[in-house]
Design a protein around this ligand. Structure first.
Ligand SMILES: Cc1cc2nc3c(=O)[nH]c(=O)nc-3n(C[C@H](O)[C@H](O)[C@H](O)COP(=O)(O)OP(=O)(O)OC[C@H]3O[C@@H](n4cnc5c(N)ncnc54)[C@H](O)[C@@H]3O)c2cc1C
Length: 311
């Protein structure tokens, strides 16, 4: 359902040049693919964010929160409804007491990691080099090197679908592999909420020690991951979070498979890269081919880690 012109006017009157209609999503994603969003709005503070959440609900429009767009495959027909991104007032990072940091959801995860290192706070090094925002990392329970957000997250602040704001402690959340939800007894759906802030419990460590460790982690990442082509990181989840999806794809002969400009990376078989002009359709077709190859050889159906959104 397209957004009616009266509603477009309301968005324009409130957000001026921070709302765009029929906005191509490709430039907003690290995969560099994706058709237009009906509306793309950038919210700069909590008031705007709550206004938008109430507004889409009142007008019965779907919405989608985008962070850095680094874990997304947006389909070629784009996204119906309103895509909401965060900027300016939603990027603040601050220290509270000795070992607690808070970060607004729109802050980049790498800025949070750097802030922690510079303040001699340990715990977030696993996240170095993971692109995207703090909100996206919390929502995805992002992780690497056997660490993930559940190791350091203490609480989140969220906007509920009615526009109210609530803090949720770690005990009210369930962390799983690349996913976060409310704890079962909560009986609510986190995917209908917006994460606006996270609080992180860290520990003291000398900045020089943290910096040296950070350098070696970043180097290891550079060596093992493809650079120079657009991607969304690891495309598939590791089955049961044990076996390496990349290894299975490699053993199933998946390296180098290609559809149009979408290609399984020769450096890391769990990366699908866009060599320039791939469409979402190319990537989805390649995804199916890889899934079939792995299923045929190992009887394992790989599940995408990348969020596939839109039409
Ligand atoms: C080169 C490369 C390397 C990568 N390496 C890793 C890695 O080592 N480990 C790893 O875990 N991931 C990795 N990723 C994937 C990705 O960077 C992470 O999943 C990242 O945390 C996503 O953050 P984002 O802000 O880009 O989220 P987006 O891609 O914008 O969104 C991801 C999901 O989170 C939701 N979301 C985003 N912000 C909010 C919010 N404020 N409130 C509610 N929902 C929200 C979106 O709606 C969407 O469903 C990599 C990606 C690339 C391109």
């Amino acid at each position: 359902m397209a957004i009616q012109s009266e509603l477009k006017k309301q968005l324009k009157n409130r957000f001026f040049d921070r709302v765009r209609f029929d906005e191509p999503m490709a430039p907003h994603t690290s995969f560099r693919v994706g058709g237009p969003a009906d509306a793309y709005v950038t919210a700069t503070d909590e008031n705007e964010m709550t206004y938008l959440i109430k507004w889409v609900k009142e007008n019965n429009l779907p919405f989608f929160i985008i962070g850095g767009g680094t874990n997304l495959l947006v389909k070629d027909q784009g996204i119906r409804g309103v895509v909401i991104s965060m900027a300016d007032g939603l990027v603040k990072i601050s220290q509270h007491g000795a070992t607690v940091l808070s970060a607004m959801a729109g802050a980049s995860l790498s800025a949070l990691c750097r802030f922690a290192i510079n303040h001699g706070l340990s715990g977030l090094n696993f996240a170095l080099g993971i692109p995207g925002t703090v909100g996206g990392a919390i929502r995805m329970n992002a992780g690497a090197w056997k660490g993930d957000m559940s190791d350091v997250l203490d609480s989140i602040r969220i906007i509920l679908p009615d526009g109210s704001i609530e803090s949720v402690d770690k005990t009210g959340l369930t962390f799983s592999y690349r996913s976060l939800s409310f704890a079962a007894e909560n009986r609510r759906d986190l995917s209908s909420c917006v994460i606006i802030e996270g609080r992180f419990l860290l520990s003291h460590q000398r900045p020089e020690f943290l910096k040296a460790k950070a350098d070696s982690l970043l180097n290891a990442r550079k060596k093992s991951q493809p650079t120079g082509f657009a991607s969304a990181g690891c495309f598939f989840k590791n089955p049961d979070n044990r076996e390496s999806a990349g290894k299975l794809i490699d053993l199933a002969g998946g390296k180098n498979l290609r559809v149009g400009d979408a290609e399984v990376s020769t450096k890391h078989a769990n990366f699908i890269v866009n060599r320039g002009r791939a469409t979402a359709e190319d990537i989805l077709r390649l995804m199916n081919i890889v899934q079939e190859a792995v299923f045929k050889k190992f009887n394992i159906m790989l599940e995408p880690e990348v969020k596939i959104v839109g039409d």
